[in-house]
Ligand binder design. Structure first.
Ligand SMILES: [Zn+2]
Ligand SMILES: [Zn+2]
Length: 131
């Protein structure tokens, strides 16, 4: 809906006595006139209300969270200095874990020695199968 149309609609609603003029606000994101209560309180704007309605804010936040899940921020990798190996159950410095871009913290769940052992086993098994 265009902003002008939304404005006209609001005017009509005001004229019909459906809404009090000050109780509604235009969400600049979805372009809808919504009740004052639908807007989060913001100290950053003169009206004291955010320019996006709660639903739009929530949706934006959800999307940003999903975005963050895809690419873990560098801080979380640096914040964790120790990690427990899921294979040998030993806690080691994160540097002892191979990097893995498929995991949330960017490190493999197995420590380097478990990884190397597994790779060795796998290679040996492959040799056996080949011969
Ligand atoms: Zn909205
Ligand atoms: Zn291990």
């Amino acid at each position: 809906m265009k902003e002008s149309e939304a404005y006209l609609m609001r005017q009509r609603r005001e004229a019909a006595g459906i809404v009090e003029p000050v109780t509604e606000k235009l969400c600049t994101h979805c372009g809808q006139w919504l009740a004052r209560a639908a807007f989060p309180v913001s100290r950053l704007v003169s009206t004291g209300l955010g320019s996006w309605c709660r639903a739009c804010k929530a949706e934006d936040l959800r999307q940003r969270r999903a975005e963050r899940r895809k690419t873990p921020p560098a801080e979380t990798i640096e914040a964790a200095t120790q990690k427990t190996c899921r294979h040998c159950d030993t806690t080691r410095p994160v540097a002892d874990f191979p990097t893995n871009k498929h995991t949330r913290d960017g490190r493999s769940p197995w420590c380097r020695s478990c990884h190397n052992a597994a790779t060795r086993n796998w290679k040996a098994r492959r040799k056996e199968q080949a011969s």
